[in-house]
Design a protein around this ligand. Structure first.
Ligand code: MGD
Ligand code: MGD
Ligand code: MO
Length: 767
C-alpha cells in the first residue's frame, strides 16, 4: 500500500492488519530516510491515546494562573466530555468577548493529504462557527513574502514560477552564486508530498554541464560535495553587505548592465548614490564589505567580475531572510542580478529558495487539485504570523505592517491544529509567559510533544497513516493514494471527525460535513479535481486511481505571468505588477512608509545580534538554527531516523574545532549552549565545515524544560528556540528573525539529566 508524506512516497508492508515496515519506492532515485523510521513512532509511549484536560483548568482554578500551563498534570476524559468542554468554551468565549477572541491562525505544516489537512479543517470549522483571528505570512519566508511584491510585483510566491528551473540552468548558465547555499538535506521535503525526489539528479546535471557553483554561507555543507563548489564563508547576516560590495565594484568599473537597468528597472540612480556613499558618506566598496562580511576584498571584486562576464545566476535561500532586517538580502539579491546582466536571460538571473524543497526549481507548478472548500472568515482581524507572543502579552497595541497599522487583538481561546508553536516560535521562555494569558488553549495532537503538554485540552488525532486520503505536493505532477495502513492509536480520531462532533454540538454539522462521510469526501475531492481537469482524458476514475496508487496530472502549459524574459524583451508590452511596471531598485511606496528599519532602497542595517555587535563580547558565537536533516521540523523527532542522530540523547551541535579547543570541548561531549534568554544541552560535533565563530544547532528537538513553566529553565534536549530572539525583521514584514542570535557554549559537567521530551505528562485519575 502506498504512503505519502511531506518527505516523499513510500510503500507500507502490512501483515495481518499490522504495519510492519515502510520501504522506499523502487522508482524514487533519492528516497528520504525519514520515512522508514515512522513505524515505531506510530505506537510509541508518547502517543496521546485519549482526550486529556489539564488538571488546573478542569478544576476551574483562575484561568490565568502563574506557571501552571506546561507544568500541570492532565486528567483523561471521555470523548463526550471533551466535546462538551470544547464546545461550551467556544460558545462562552464567542458570546462574552466576540469571535475575534478565538485565535485560529494555527500556523504549520501538519501532514500530507488533501482532505485531512489540519489547518483547512480547522479554518472551515472556525469560520462556520462565527470566525476567528487569523495569521498572515509564514515562518518560512515572511520577509520575502512582504518585500518581493514591492520589488518584482505579483503574488508573494509567484517568483517560484518566474525563476529559472534546474534544467534551464544546466543548459544555459555558467556561474551560480548561492547565498545560503542549496542544501540537499532540505530537498527531502515537499509540502503536500511528492512521488519521486528529483533535485539531486537535476543538480548533478548542472555540474555535468559545467556550471560552476559558489557557496556563500557559514556552512560548507550547504552545497552537495559533487558540485565542487567554491566556499566563501560569510559572517552570518551580512549577505546584504557582501552584495553591496559586489554591486559597488560593478558600478565603479562600469561592468553593470546599464541597458537593463534603464529600460526594465526604476530607482537605480538613487540606489547608486547610496552605494557610492553620497547619501551617508560611506562608500559600500569591496574593502568596506570585506570588513563586515569576512569575505576577502579580492574575492568580492572577483565575484563582481565573474558575475558580469559569465552567464550567471544569483540564488538566495530562505534562511538569510529569517533574520533581523531579512527583507534586505532578498531585495538586494534582485538588484544585484539586475546589475549583473543576466536577468531575464534563459537559465540565468535571479531565484530564491532553490533546493529548500524538492519543488523549487524543479517545475513551474502543477494542475489544479481540489482541497476542502474554504469558508470566508467573517472576522477581518489578523496578526503577522510571528507576532503571536506579542498579541498575547500586549493586546490593544498598535503595530506597523507593510504600510498599514493594525491593533493586536485580545485572544482568549487559542486553537492549534497541525502545528507546533513550541517548536516553531522564537524565545520559548517568552512564549511560555505569553501562553499563561489566554483562558483556554486547545490542541489536536498525536503525540505528547511540548505544545500538547502546554495546552489545556488535548484531543488525540489519528496520523496520516491512520486515515484514507490522497496527496498532491507542491509542483509535483502526481496524485498519490494514501490508504489507511493502521488503525488509529488508542481512541484517537481524525481532525475532521472531531470538528464534525463539535459542529454537531454547536448546531452546524450539516454545513460542516455537507452530509458526506470521510470516504465520500476523499472521493468527492478527487472527482472534483478530475472534472475540473477534463474528466476521463485527464485522470482515471477514483477506484482505478486507488488501485494503481498514483495518477499523473496533466502538464501545466501556458505563459508565465511576470516573466523576466518578457520584461527584458519589451518592458512596455510586459510590465511587472509593481507601481512602475518595472523592477523597483528603489521603491517610492516603501520610502513613503517612513520606516527607520526598512528604507526606500536596499540598505545595510546592522542586525541587533551578529558577530559585529557589542554583545559578541559576552556571546561570541553566532547560532545557526537551520532545518534538520533528520526530520521535518519537530515531526518524527521521535522517529528512528532522528533518534539515531542524537548524541547521548541530545541534539547534535556543530562547532569549529578551534572554537571547541578554546573552550575545552571535545567531540561527543554534552555541552550547554546559552545566552541571556536561556540555555540548552546538546551533543558536540567538531566540524571544519562550520566557519569559526558559528555554531549550528538544527531546529526541532522537542523542548524538554527541566522546570516546565519556569522562565529561563534549562532545556535537556537541544531546542535552539530557547536561545533565539522574538524580534521582528522590521516594521515592514514583522517576520521572524530566528537566525539572528548570539550564544556561547561550554562543556556541561553537571550530572546528566535524563531526556524526558518523549515521556507523557503526569496523567491524574479523574475526579
Ligand atoms: N529557530 C528557528 N525556528 C524556526 C525555523 C528556523 O529556521 N529556526 N524555521 C521555521 C519554519 S521555516 C517553519 S515552516 C516552522 C515549522 O513549524 P511547524 O509547522 O509548527 O512544525 P512541525 O514540527 O511541522 O509541526 C507540525 C505539528 O503538527 C502535528 N501534525 C501532523 N499532522 C497532523 C494532523 O493531521 N493533524 C494534527 N492535528 N496535527 C498534525 C505534528 O505532530 C507536529 O506537532 O518552524 C519555524 N521555526
Ligand atoms: N530535512 C528538512 N528539510 C526541510 C525542512 C525540514 O524541517 N527538514 N523544512 C522545510 C522548510 S519549512 C523550509 S522553509 C525550508 C527552509 O529552507 P532554508 O531556510 O534555506 O534552510 P535552512 O536549513 O534553515 O538554512 C540553509 C542554510 O542557510 C545558511 N545560513 C543561515 N544564515 C545565513 C546567513 O546569514 N547568510 C548565509 N549566506 N547563509 C546563512 C545556513 O548555513 C543553513 O544551513 O526547508 C525545507 N526543507
Ligand atoms: Mo518553513
Amino acid at each position: 500500500m502506498s504512503i505519502a508524506t511531506h518527505w516523499g512516497s513510500f510503500v507500507a508492508v502490512v501483515d495481518s492488519g499490522r504495519l510492519v515496515r515502510i520501504e522506499p519506492r523502487h522508482d524514487d532515485p533519492a528516497p528520504s530516510p525519514i520515512g522508514p523510521g515512522m513505524v515505531t513512532a506510530a505506537e510509541d509511549s508518547a502517543r496521546v491515546l485519549r482526550p486529556a484536560v489539564r488538571k488546573g483548568w478542569l478544576d476551574g482554578e483562575p484561568r490565568a494562573h502563574g506557571a501552571a500551563r506546561g507544568a500541570d498534570a492532565f486528567v483523561e476524559v471521555s470523548w463526550d466530555q471533551a466535546i462538551t468542554l470544547v464546545s461550551d468554551e467556544l460558545r462562552r468565549v464567542r458570546s462574552r468577548y466576540g469571535d475575534s477572541a478565538v485565535f485560529g491562525g494555527s500556523y504549520g505544516w501538519a501532514s500530507a493529504g488533501r482532505f485531512h489537512h489540519a489547518q483547512g479543517q480547522l479554518h472551515r470549522f472556525l469560520a462556520l462557527g462565527g470566525g476567528y483571528t487569523d495569521s498572515r505570512n509564514t515562518y518560512s519566508t515572511a520577509a520575502l513574502e512582504v518585500i518581493l511584491p514591492h520589488v518584482i510585483g505579483g503574488h508573494p510566491w509567484s517568483y517560484q514560477s518566474r525563476m529559472p528551473m534546474w534544467d534551464e540552468i544546466a543548459e544555459n548558465c555558467e556561474l551560480v552564486v548561492a547565498f545560503g547555499g542549496l542544501a540537499l538535506k532540505n530537498s527531502q521535503i515537499n509540502p503536500g508530498g511528492l512521488a519521486r525526489h528529483r533535485t539531486r539528479d537535476l543538480q548533478r546535471r548542472c555540474r555535468e554541464a559545467g556550471v560552476r557553483f559558489v557557496n556563500v554561507s557559514p556552512i560548507r555543507g550547504d552545497v552537495a560535495g559533487f558540485l565542487d563548489a567554491e566556499w566563501l564563508p560569510v559572517i552570518p547576516n551580512t549577505d546584504t553587505a557582501a552584495m553591496l560590495g559586489i554591486a559597488h565594484t560593478m558600478l565603479v568599473n562600469g561592468w553593470h548592465d546599464e541597458d537593463f537597468l534603464r529600460r526594465c528597472c526604476v530607482g537605480f540612480d538613487r540606489f547608486a548614490s547610496y552605494l557610492l556613499g553620497e547619501l551617508d558618506g560611506i562608500a559600500k566598496d569591496a574593502a568596506w564589505a570585506a570588513r563586515i562580511t569576512g569575505i576577502g576584498r579580492d574575492a568580492i571584486t572577483d565575484l563582481a567580475r565573474r558575475l558580469t562576464t559569465h552567464r550567471s545566476l544569483i540564488m538566495v535561500n530562505y534562511a538569510v531572510q529569517r533574520a533581523d532586517h531579512g527583507e534586505q538580502p532578498i531585495w538586494m539579491s534582485v538588484v544585484l542580478a539586475a546589475m549583473a546582466g543576466s536577468m531575464g536571460r534563459p537559465g540565468c538571473g535571479w531565484g530564491a529558495g532553490y533546493a529548500t524543497m524538492d519543488a523549487t526549481g524543479v517545475a513551474r507548478g502543477r494542475a489544479f487539485v481540489a482541497t476542502v472548500p474554504e469558508v470566508p472568515n467573517p472576522v477581518p482581524d489578523f496578526i503577522p504570523v510571528a507576532r503571536i507572543a506579542d498579541a498575547l502579552l500586549r493586546p490593544g497595541e498598535v503595530i506597523d505592517y507593510d504600510g498599514g497599522r493594525l491593533t493586536l487583538p485580545e485572544l482568549r481561546l487559542v486553537y492549534w491544529c497541525g502545528e507546533n508553536p513550541f517548536h516553531h516560535h522564537q524565545d520559548l521562555h517568552r512564549l511560555t509567559r505569553a501562553w499563561q494569558v489566554p483562558d483556554t488553549v486547545v490542541v489536536h495532537e498525536a503525540w505528547w510533544n511540548t505544545s500538547a503538554k502546554f495546552a489545556d485540552i488535548v484531543l488525540p488525532v489519528a496520523t496520516s497513516l491512520e486515515r484514507d486520503d490522497f496527496a498532491a505536493g507542491f509542483s509535483d505532477p502526481h496524485l498519490v493514494a494514501m490508504p489507511k495502513v493502521r488503525e488509529p492509536a488508542g481512541e484517537s480520531r481524525t481532525d475532521h471527525h472531531i470538528f464534525a462532533a463539535l459542529a454537531a454540538r454547536l448546531g452546524f454539522e450539516r454545513e460542516f460535513t455537507e452530509s458526506r462521510s470521510e470516504s465520500e469526501w476523499v472521493r468527492h475531492l478527487y472527482e472534483r479535481t478530475r472534472a475540473a481537469l477534463g474528466g476521463d482524458d485527464a485522470l482515471p476514475g477514483f477506484d482505478d486511481f486507488w488501485r494503481r496508487s498514483t495518477a499523473e496530472l496533466p502538464a501545466l502549459t501556458g505563459p508565465v505571468p511576470g516573466s523576466f524574459e518578457d520584461l527584458r524583451s519589451d518592458p512596455r508590452r510586459f510590465p511587472l505588477a509593481t507601481p512602475s511596471g518595472r523592477i523597483e531598485i528603489s521603491s517610492e511606496e516603501i520610502d513613503s512608509f517612513g520606516y527607520d528599519d526598512c528604507a526606500g532602497h536596499p540598505t545595510w542595517f546592522e542586525p541587533a545580534e551578529w558577530l559585529g555587535a557589542d554583545l559578541s563580547d559576552r556571546f561570541p558565537l553566532h547560532l545557526i538554527s537551520n532545518q534538520p536533516a533528520s526530520r521535518l521540523h519537530s515531526q518524527y523527532d521521535n522517529g528512528d531516523h532522528s533518534l539515531g542522530s542524537k548524541i547521548r540523547g541530545r541534539e547534535p551541535v556543530a562547532i569549529n574545532p578551534s572554537d571547541a579547543a578554546a573552550r575545552g570541548i571535545e567531540s561527543g561531549m554534552v555541552v550547554r549552549v546559552h545566552n541571556d534568554r536561556g540555555g540548552c544541552l546538546a551533543g558536540a560535533v567538531l566540524s571544519e565545515d562550520v566557519m569559526q565563530g558559528v555554531v549550528q544547532l538544527s531546529t526541532g528537538a522537542w523542548w524538554d524544560p527541566v522546570r516546565p513553566g519556569v522562565s529561563g529553565t534549562l532545556d535537556r534536549h537541544g531546542n535552539p528556540n530557547v536561545l533565539t530572539a522574538d524580534r521582528p525583521c522590521s516594521r515592514l514584514s514583522q517576520g521572524p528573525s530566528a537566525l539572528s542570535a548570539l550564544v556561547d557554549v561550554e562543556p556541561y559537567d553537571g550530572p546528566l539529566p535524563d531526556v524526558l521530551a518523549f515521556a507523557p505528562p503526569g496523567l491524574a485519575p479523574p475526579g
